[in-house]
Design a binder for this molecule. Structure first.
Ligand code: SPV
Ligand code: MG
Length: 444
């Protein structure tokens, strides 16, 4: 229940506030609630998706599902939204006599939030009660369990839209194989008291083709592309955006959209080209033709009508800047594609500077303040994420970097072995045998 003002009967000793995510329920939660009940009525400040996403990965369960669970825990009097990782705003709003928290935030990355909570409590005479952290459980080790649990196609598919609702900029990394996807799934860093990780995966036509030793000309058939994604989905949980080139014939695309959805893909991006498609980064150095605006709009329309659920996003990619057709053409197409039902627009460029995509986003946003905007900063790679966010982009795709990273390493080691007639000199370039045997659970 969402309350904007304090509504708890204060007949008992007081109000006790506990901020929690509660994704996978465990005895640590119950321990803390049991103790808190001794002090009065327990209000749970349930962290919303937005609050959690600002600090770590999105919860497995939606906010609505989590509310249902928490409301049914014995000893919980009320559930309110906590919209930020910081507890202070809710403490100042509800002014509970007590706040409960595990003592695991006295040191470590959560320390600054403890300070903010204490300042808020001190401002009106509230008390912080810290209880010993329940050994062996934490929401972080629980998130590892979520990974072990896996996910379902439905949950995975809907995650991209959930992320778009609660994060300003989503970061997506190219993955062409299960091992590259595992890296993208698990890579994380701690920065400014927050955990940063990739939000999802990009299945690239360029790297899927290159990995097969084939040119990026729509030569790989859809079953090969989907089977690659299926292998990635076998061992990961994050959402995936698929690059489906031109989408092919509309009659085929319509069917393929259903297969993509069934697998749990969250979004497909198709580009407005026709004929023999070549990679965009070649621009007009090769013969490439842009599709007629009406024909492409029709393809988008038919695809959006044939999808099974609105959780699956169909995103149009505009090639006008790539092919030197100019900004007016790009904007005209953007308007037409949005009218045809596109759930988002990807504007591509192969310029070294991001200026032209910034100009596009400025003009596009005048008409479409909230349609998700996607960019692929392969050539304009000096630009940093905060700048893309300021210019109104919602999704940034690092489109080929995992495959490009692996190739120089493999090539170098192959040549070293030839030169040295043994592999000793290559040891520093390699993951050790011990590490590779520990890498995949169940190997040893
Ligand atoms: C891909 O990754 O295959 C893309 C992006 O389509 S680009 O290579 O820049 O065209
Ligand atoms: Mg491609």
């Amino acid at each position: 229940m969402i309350k904007t003002e304090r509504s708890i009967d204060k007949m008992k000793k007081g109000i006790v506030y506990i901020g929690m995510t509660i994704d996978i329920m465990h005895h640590g939660h119950v321990n803390i609630i049991e103790k808190a009940r001794e002090y009065g009525d327990v209000i749970i400040g349930l962290l919303t998706d937005k609050a959690v996403a600002s600090y770590k990965r999105l919860p497995y369960l939606t906010y609505e599902k989590r509310v249902k669970i928490v409301k049914n825990i014995k000893g919980v009097t009320d559930v309110v939204e906590q919209n930020e990782w910081d507890y202070a705003p809710n403490l100042l709003l509800y002014k509970p006599e007590f706040m409960f928290h595990g003592d695991d935030w006295i040191e470590g990355p959560l320390k600054p939030y403890r300070k903010l909570a204490l300042e808020a409590l001190n401002s009106y005479g509230g008390k912080l009660i810290e209880i010993p952290y329940t050994k062996g459980v934490s929401s972080t080790s629980m998130s590892e369990q979520v990974h072990a649990l896996g996910t379902t196609p439905e949950i995975r598919k809907s995650t991209l839209k959930r992320l778009l609702k609660c994060k300003k900029l989503i970061t997506i990394l190219e993955t062409h194989s299960p091992i590259s996807a595992l890296i993208a799934e698990n890579a994380s860093i701690e920065t400014e008291g927050k955990r940063k990780c990739f939000d999802g995966f990009w299945s690239s036509s360029l790297t899927d083709s290159t990995e097969m030793g084939k040119p990026d000309i729509e030569a790989l058939d859809i079953s090969k592309r989907l089977s690659n994604i299926n292998n990635i989905f076998d061992v990961t949980t994050k959402p995936l955006i698929m690059d489906a080139d031109t989408g092919g014939k509309v009659e085929h695309f319509q069917l393929n959209v259903k297969s993509m959805e069934r697998l749990g893909i969250s979004a497909v991006i198709i580009e407005d080209k026709k004929g023999l498609k070549k990679n965009s980064l070649l621009g007009n150095d090769v013969l490439q033709m842009q599709e007629d605006i009406e024909i492409f709009s029709e393809k988008i329309k038919v695809a959006t009508q044939s999808r099974l659920s609105n959780d699956f996003m169909i995103i149009s990619r505009i090639e006008s800047l790539i092919l030197g057709r100019g900004m007016d053409d790009a904007l005209k197409r953007a308007n037409a594609y949005v009218d045809a039902g596109s759930d988002g627009i990807m504007i591509h460029s192969r310029k070294k500077s991001p200026d032209e995509i910034f100009e596009f986003s400025r003009l596009f946003r005048l008409e479409h303040p909230s349609v998700p905007l996607v960019c692929v900063p392969t050539s304009f790679n000096e630009v940093k994420e905060p700048e893309l966010e300021q210019h109104g982009f919602n999704i940034v795709i690092y489109a080929n970097h995992m495959l490009r990273a692996s190739y120089p390493a493999m090539n170098e080691v192959a040549h070293q072995i030839l030169r040295n007639q043994r592999s000793l000199e290559s040891d520093n370039y390699l993951i050790s045998i011990k590490e590779i045997l520990d890498l995949i659970p169940g190997t040893n």
